[in-house]
Design a protein around this ligand. Sequence first.
Ligand code: SF4
Length: 229
Amino acid sequence: MKITITLHCPHLPDTTIHILTNGRQFANGNYAEKLKEVGGDNLLLGIPIHSDSSLIHDEITKIDNSFNETIIGLYNLAAFGISVELRIVINKLNYKRLPQFSDFIFKNLSFVSCVSFMAMEYTGFAVRNSQQVWIEPTEYVANLKEATLNLNDWQINSSLFNLPLCLLPQELHLFARKSISDWKNRYIDVCEKCILKKDCCGLFSTSKKIFEGLSTSKFHRLVYEFEVE
Ligand code: SF4
């Protein structure tokens, strides 16, 4: 078994190396150990986990036993002191159990460095499987709020990615990140007068449709009413 990490930035020895992986290979403890040997303390692995339910996770990955392999991999990574970011892409199959999922993370995965909840981009497979997976943030925001505040109460860092501020209740704004890269980020007309624009991630320019609810948010109304007065 050989793992090679090639660095092109030797002048940045303390830079964190963020690796995205499904984590299943780390069910083999030797693999986690080798990664630690070559990566040292600068690694952060972003690993998707889709639910606290193995059935839902495996349904999303379409790979039998992938939940079990990922969980074992997470424990092996923790055993070798490798930092992990859990990545949860919110979709129609997993949104109902977000509060239970937060409880599962607290009880079983509290060693992770952070939890990232991510809104879907409406492109590629999301479009092709829209009926099965697509859900609007307005439909899941209550569950997301409960899960995020649970994790916060339990002192597990969490962040919200790709979610415009006007779709989130105010209690969640401090968890929202300006996460969409410049090259695929856009704002729509109503954003131009929005007081939250400088802190808001906006929308994916690559999405084939925009989220519902943006133009009727209370923040738009607040700005509008302020201007009228
Ligand atoms: S109106 Fe636009 S800038 Fe304002 S919060 Fe919503 S998406 Fe963000």
